[in-house]
Design a protein around this ligand. Structure first.
Ligand SMILES: Nc1ncnc2c1ncn2[C@@H]1O[C@H](COP(=O)(O)OP(=O)(O)OP(=O)(O)O)[C@@H](O)[C@H]1O
Ligand code: NI
Length: 370
C-alpha cells in the first residue's frame, strides 16, 4: 500500500548568490513498512527533500511546487493545525544531532511522556509507564531510574536512543531519519543501526533514511534513491543498485567496492565537484563529470526512465511499480552513441565475486550478477 507519494517537488532558497534549486522536481513513493534510502554527495538536496515532507523549510527557502500525498491527504495543502497533528503522530523525524532535538530543562522521561500526551488522552501515570516502556524498547538500561535524568546526563548515543523513543512514542507510520548516526562513534553507531533495523523489520513503520553510508543502506534499506544536484538520477531495489548500477554517477559512488552485509563503507568520492544549484549544467547535470559524456549530454536533459526496456527517446513513462529500476541517463533513451563502458565488482560476504560488465553500444554482459 502506498503511504507517501511525492510528485514533482521543487524547493528553492533565495540567496545572495541567486536562486538555489535544492530539490528540483523529484517524484517518488514509499510503501507502508518499507525502508527507503536516499543517498548522494553533500549538497545534493537530501536533507531539504526530507524537511520538505513536513513543510519544515524556513526562509530564505520555499516549497515552490509539487504534491506530497500522505495517507490520502496533500500535506502541502493541509492547514497548519492539521500538519501539526500529523507531525509527531503519523510522521516523526530523527536528525543527526540528538542534542538539538532534546530540551535541556526537562528530564528525558518528561519529554517522552509529554510527546505521548500531546497526541493521546492518557493519564500522567499511564504516560509515564509508556515512556519507560519506550526507553526500554530503545535499549536504555535501567529505564525507570533514567526516566528522571536530564539529556546532558546521557551520552550522545543514548541521547539518540531517547530521540528515537520520542519519535516512536506515537507509533508513527513514517519515520524520517537524516544521518541518524553521523557524529556518533562507530560502536555506538552499530547499536543505533541495530535498533533501526529491528524497527524496520518488526513494525509497520516506513523509514526514509538519508545517509552517506552505503553499508547502512545495504543493511537497512529495501530500495534506494540516488540524488544528484537536486534530482533523482537512479532508483532501484537495494541489491540491484549494488550489483547492477545503471547511472554513471552511481557507478562512481560505488567505486569503493561496497560489500553487502559487511562493515560500513563510505561513498567513494566522484572526481570533480558538485555543480552549482544556482546555475546547474545544461542537459544532464552530471555530464561535466561523466566519463561517458557525449555532445548530446550537454544538450538533452535525460528523463528518469526504465533501464531494462528497449531504449526509446520518449519522455519518462511514470511506472506504477516502485521496484522497477529507473535511471536518468541518455543511455536508456537510446541517445548515447557510444554507450556506457564500466565494470562493477562487488564482493559479498562469501567472498564470491560478482561482475557486471557494460560494453560500448549498450551490449551488456552480466555474468552471474543476479
Ligand atoms: N538555509 C539555506 N539557505 C540557503 N541554501 C540552502 C539552505 N539549506 C540548504 N541550502 C541549499 O540546498 C542545497 C542542498 O542542501 P541539503 O542540506 O539538502 O544537502 P544534503 O544532500 O542533505 O547534503 P549533506 O549530505 O551535506 O547533508 C545546499 O547545497 C544548499 O545550497
Ligand atoms: Ni543533509
Amino acid at each position: 500500500m502506498t503511504l507517501l507519494e511525492v510528485e514533482d517537488l521543487v524547493v528553492q532558497f533565495y540567496t545572495d548568490d541567486g536562486v538555489v534549486r535544492a530539490v528540483d522536481g523529484i517524484s517518488y513513493e514509499l510503501r507502508a513498512g518499507e525502508t527507503l534510502g536516499l543517498v548522494g554527495e553533500s549538497g545534493a538536496g537530501k536533507s531539504v527533500a526530507s524537511l520538505a515532507l513536513l513543510r519544515l523549510i524556513r526562509a530564505p527557502g520555499e516549497i515552490v511546487r509539487g504534491e506530497i500525498r500522505f495517507g490520502g491527504r496533500d500535506l502541502l495543502a493541509c492547514s497548519d493545525d492539521e500538519l501539526r497533528a500529523i507531525r509527531g503522530s503519523e510522521i516523526a523525524m530523527v536528525f543527526q544531532d540528538p542534542d538539538a532535538a532534546l530540551n535541556p530543562v526537562y528530564t528525558v522521561g518528561e519529554q517522552i511522556a509529554e510527546a505521548i500526551r500531546t497526541h493521546e488522552d492518557v493519564s500522567d501515570a499511564e504516560a509515564r509507564e509508556r515512556a519507560i516502556d519506550l526507553l526500554e524498547r530503545v535499549g536504555i538500561p535501567d529505564a525507570p531510574a533514567r526516566y528522571a535524568d536530564y539529556p546532558h546526563e546521557f551520552s550522545g548515543g543514548m541521547q539518540q536512543r531517547v530521540v528515537i523513543a520520542m519519535a516512536l512514542s506515537c507509533d508513527p507510520d513514517l519515520l524520517v531519519c537524516d544521518e541518524p548516526t553521523t557524529g556518533l562513534d562507530v560502536t555506538v553507531q552499530a547499536g543505533i543501526l541495530e535498533l533501526l533495523a529491528d524497527l524496520a523489520a518488526q513494525s509497520d513503520t516506513a523509514i526514509q533514511l538519508v545517509t552517506h553510508d552505503l553499508g547502512i543502506v545495504a543493511e537497512l534499506c529495501d530500495r534506494v534513491l540516488v540524488q544528484y544536484a537536486g534530482e533523482i538520477v537512479e532508483r532501484a531495489p537495494v541489491e540491484e543498485l549494488y550489483y547492477d548500477p545503471k547511472h554513471p554517477y552511481t557507478v562512481g559512488l560505488l567505486a569503493s567496492i561496497p560489500r553487502l552485509g559487511d562493515d560500513s563503507e563510505r561513498l567513494a568520492t566522484v572526481p570533480g565537484t558538485a555543480p552549482s544549484l544556482v546555475d546547474p549544467p545544461t542537459g544532464c547535470r552530471f555530464h561535466p563529470r561523466c566519463p561517458y559524456a557525449e555532445e548530446s549530454c550537454a544538450r538533452r536533459h535525460p528523463p528518469l526512465v526504465e533501464t531494462d526496456t528497449e531504449p526509446s527517446a520518449g519522455d519518462a513513462d511514470p511506472d506504477p511499480d516502485p521496484e522497477t529500476h529507473l535511471a536518468a541517463c541518455l543511455e536508456y533513451t537510446g541517445e548515447l552513441e557510444d554507450g556506457l563502458d564500466y565494470e562493477v565488482r562487488v564482493r559479498d560476504g562469501d567472498r564470491r565475486e560478482r561482475e557486471s560488465n557494460r560494453e560500448p553500444n549498450g551490449d551488456e554482459r552480466r555474468g552471474d550478477s543476479r
